[in-house]
Design a protein around this ligand. Structure first.
Ligand code: APR
Ligand code: PHB
Length: 390
């Protein structure tokens, strides 16, 4: 088989790139390790920057997003007994974010792909990347016991943190940067009306909690937990009790409890692989970087990577030269590191750290005092939260 672009992974990054390429007449094939149903069953974040919305519009996958997505003009930070509203729209001169689950983004992109003729291989095993630093890049894999070889011009590694693409880079050619956190997020999804109209990032002596939502009838909540915690030790009642103790009383009063649809613990990590391009291999999304979810940047960084990758691939195919391919890694990493910084900062200010010294606790308090006391400080926060320009 031959295609122009072999895309590894059918998550948001791979599907979005596939749609943009198909829409531009560039042949592409997606090779995905899991089943279609497994991919669609993932519960992830739910805040879209305007850049992601624009890309979904460009990909022709925005109908349901505009029908069901919730435009949010701000959010709230609650720090023990004080609270402040971050008026995103006012502080950024009009920008907002859209609350719309990543699961829905994936479903919309997948449905659009299936309406076209672009090929997707699910349940692919033994996926391997070859000669991406040479003139005949290709991918081999097995489906239903049959071995396949896919020759291509470009390989887009959109296979996430645990994928094969980043691991295929020669160790001597890649530099990994990582910061681990001594806590995780226990998340719960339930078909109950949200407690608040906007998101509330709340912190007190018990720890961090996030009040979020998916729709007027579906809520998403998180509480900070120790890395040693197991989800089986958290029955729904224990979760609801802990959540209500970590948010302001009036928010707690409006929490409607109900049976969890999904409940899981995500470990928090900051991670970047440099470079994001090696010969004809481009790393995109979680394959290249991970952010703690506090800043809601994971999906949105995958989107900006795809924006840059799509431009680089088009330039390479149209002009038969490295051209924009050579710039992809620097362009993508410049925005990635700014989002890494913001996500690390939001995480550092809003969580309780077991190993914090007295000095670090005072710094944390000063960061919060600054946000509460400075509109310029809130404007900087808002600018990063809605998403820095591409
Ligand atoms: N071969 C083929 N596919 C693979 C392989 C492999 N060896 N390894 C992983 N995959 C698939 C996974 O099954 C998954 O469907 O690659 C896809 C990667 O998707 P994501 O992990 O969702 O990564 P990405 O598309 O970059 O989206 C980033 O997803 O996980 C969230 O928080 C993250 O919001 C962020 C977004
Ligand atoms: C979510 O709704 O899942 C969500 C929202 C904001 C975040 C993280 C997760 O910062």
């Amino acid at each position: 088989m031959r295609t122009k672009v072999a895309i590894i992974g059918s998550g948001p990054a791979g599907l979005l790139l596939g749609q943009l390429l198909t829409g531009s007449g560039v042949d592409n094939v997606i090779v995905e390790r899991q089943t279609r149903e497994h991919v669609l069953g993932r519960i992830r974040a739910g805040v879209l920057e305007k850049g992601m919305v624009s890309l979904l519009e460009r990909a022709g996958c925005d109908a349901r997003l505009h029908k069901e997505g919730l435009i949010h003009e701000g959010f709230e930070i609650a720090d023990n007994d004080r609270r402040i509203h971050i008026d995103l729209k006012k502080l950024t001169g009009g920008d907002t974010v859209t609350v719309y689950g990543q699961t829905e983004v994936t479903a919309d992109l997948m449905a659009a792909r299936e309406q076209g003729s672009a090929q997707t291989f699910y349940s692919a095993s033994d996926v391997a990347l070859h000669d991406f630093d040479g003139a005949s890049p290709h991918v081999t894999f097995t489906v239903d016991g049959q071995a396949h070889r896919l020759d291509c011009d470009i390989i887009a590694g959109c296979d996430g943190y645990h994928g094969v693409s980043r691991q295929s880079l020669p160790e001597r050619s890649r530099t990994l940067y990582e910061r681990l956190y001594d806590f995780g997020w226990l998340g719960l999804l339930a078909d109950v009306p949200p407690a608040t109209q906007e998101l509330v990032y709340s912190r007190n002596e018990r720890g961090f909690a996030l009040v979020s939502m998916r729709s007027p009838t579906r809520s998403r909540y998180y509480v900070q937990v120790d890395t040693s915690e197991k989800v089986e030790n958290w029955g729904d009642d224990r979760f609801w009790d802990e959540l209500r103790q970590r948010v302001p009383a009036d928010v707690a009063e409006h929490v409607t409890t109900g049976p969890s649809i999904e409940k899981s613990i995500a470990q928090l990590r900051s991670f970047v692989c440099e470079p994001m391009r090696f010969g004809r291999l481009l790393l995109c999304g979680d394959a290249a970087h991970i952010v703690p979810p506090t800043g809601a940047k994971g999906l949105n960084l995958a989107a900006s990577d795809i924006h840059y990758a799509f431009e680089a691939i088009r330039d390479f195919l149209d002009n038969a030269g490295d051209g924009a391919l050579a710039d992809y890694s620097v362009r993508a990493l410049t925005r990635v590191w700014k989002a890494e910084r913001f996500s690390w900062w939001m995480t550092s200010v809003l969580h309780n750290f077991k190993d914090h010294s007295g000095f670090e606790r005072r710094l944390q308090q000063a960061e919060m005092d600054y946000i509460f006391g400075s509109e310029r400080g809130r404007a900087a926060l808002a600018e990063n939260y809605v998403g820095l320009p591409y």
